[in-house]
Design a protein around this ligand. Structure first.
Ligand code: GDP
Length: 445
């Protein structure tokens, strides 16, 4: 079996002590391992290179959360970038099937799973969206393929176009269209002929059918186990026929899913569905997260890092709340709150998130608080010494003068700020006395 990426990276980072951020050297070392992992997962070399360049930039200087290792942090960054690359603009599972009867053209090589996928999707449309679906096989070279679709149709309770021997694919497509209109079908699916390799005749036939049917979706079915070959096939089909999405089959096998990344990076086509077995229900909407996890050969690291980050944030919030409850609300706290306000784009957002802050809000509104005012207040706090920020009671006349002058403002401005800090400190103390219940939103004010 493959050694998974987190194990590899664990080794690389073992000799590094835990530190605040990932250095350039750490990242470079880590990326060598990421590259091997990608290639092992069947990602093509140029795609792996391009991908690593993007990750390198993001990882250098990234903060390392305390409760995870730098290696785990890198895995998380790599994972997020994979998801980013694999995610398309639109909902992959949503087929464009408005304006009935909507044609869906299925293309792909022989043995890719095209017929199976056609039936799987038909079943899905019928069951999940209540659509009336008609399927037609255009594989005139292989009568067995036509019969296979008919059998699957019976199995899943979806109609198939009656087989007429000797008819060519374009004629079948026309008949399917007519039948779909007359029969009141929402969707008709055209399962085109496949070949073992792409050849001119195959492409010409698919193009002729496309021109007749004018499909709303052209789905290319490719075998997910074929890796780089799958990408070449996709490029060619897209070039000659134009595809609106890709279905990767056999993702239930032990392929590492790298084809998905290459496919997406090289063709730019969204992966819409993945086939996960031979059964008619074994198809799922493409989920970038799952494939990313698979490519990296790890599942829990990402959630571990996410959880660590959440815990850290919760711990910080808790510490802050504890201090506030004791009425400890100094200038550093006030500065933090003011900066938060700026970040959140104004008072409203901030106040609605702070417990019992309705009263404060009114005062701020009365004082005409806007971004400019907030920035001036922050400047005043910055002009204080560390000691003064921690203990505003120190601020007597001479200190006040120095601070105000340092921020280019008047002592009266500083007095307003001090009043605000005292009021917030009082409010916090009251909240603290009311206990945890009182800390709920709207508890005061
Ligand atoms: P076509 O020639 O492209 O129409 O391929 P078929 O639909 O006939 O599929 C070929 C074989 O692959 C059949 O035995 C299918 O049951 C199998 N198959 C199709 N999709 C999947 C899949 O997602 N997973 C697995 N394990 N087998 C699949």
């Amino acid at each position: 079996m493959f050694e998974n990426l987190s194990e590899r990276l664990g080794g690389v980072f073992d000799r590094l002590t835990k530190q605040g951020a990932l250095s350039e050297d750490d990242v470079r070392t880590a990326m060598r391992e990421v590259r091997v992992a990608l290639l092992e997962a069947d990602v093509s070399l140029p795609v792996a290179r391009q991908f690593i360049k993007a990750v390198e930039k993001k990882a250098t200087g990234a903060a390392v959360t305390k409760s995870v290792t730098p290696g785990q942090q890198v895995v998380k960054i790599v994972h997020d970038e994979l998801v980013h690359v694999l995610t398309g603009d639109e909902d992959p599972g949503k087929l464009k099937i408005d304006s009935p009867p909507a044609p869906i053209l299925m293309v792909g090589l022989q043995g890719s799973g095209k017929t199976t996928t056609t039936a799987k999707l038909a079943k899905r449309l019928k069951e999940r969206e209540g659509k009336k679906v008609l399927m037609a096989s255009l594989d005139t070279n292989r009568p067995a393929a036509m019969e296979q679709l008919a059998i699957l149709g019976t199995q899943i309770g979806v109609d198939t176009l009656p087989i007429v021997r000797g008819e060519d694919p374009v004629a079948i497509a026309r008949r399917a269209k007519t039948q779909a209109s007359l029969g009141g079908y929402d969707v008709y699916m055209l399962d085109t002929a496949g070949r073992l390799h792409i050849d001119e005749e195959l492409i010409a036939q698919a193009a002729a059918v496309r021109d007749v049917a004018n499909p709303r979706e052209t789905l290319l079915v490719v075998d997910g186990l074929t890796g780089q070959d799958a990408v070449n096939v996709a490029e060619e089909f897209d070039d000659k026929i134009g595809v609106s999405g890709v279905v990767l089959t056999r993702m239930d096998g032990d392929g590492r899913g790298g084809a998905a990344l290459s496919m997406r990076a090289i063709t730019g086509k969204p992966i819409r569905f993945v086939g996960l077995g031979e059964k008619m229900d074994a198809i799922e909407t493409f989920e970038p997260e799952r494939i990313a996890g698979r490519i990296l050969g790890m599942g829990d690291i990402v959630s571990l890092v996410e959880k660590a980050q959440e815990v850290l944030e919760a711990e910080q919030a808790e510490r802050m709340m504890k201090r506030f409850q004791k009425g400890q609300f100094n200038m550093n706290d006030l500065k933090g709150q003011l900066e938060q306000m700026l970040k959140m784009g104004g008072m409203q957002g901030m106040m609605s998130m702070m417990p019992g802050m309705a009263k404060m809000q009114k005062q701020l509104d009365d004082a005409g608080m806007d971004d400019k005012v907030i920035k001036r207040q922050i400047a005043l706090i910055q002009s204080m010494t560390k000691k003064e920020r921690a203990n505003p009671a120190l601020l007597q006349a001479s200190r006040k003068k120095r601070i105000a002058a340092g921020a280019g403002q008047d002592v009266s401005d500083l007095n307003k700020l001090l009043k605000m800090q005292r009021q917030m400190s009082d409010a916090m103390k009251k909240l603290g006395k009311m206990g945890k219940k009182g800390m709920m939103k709207g508890g005061l004010g």
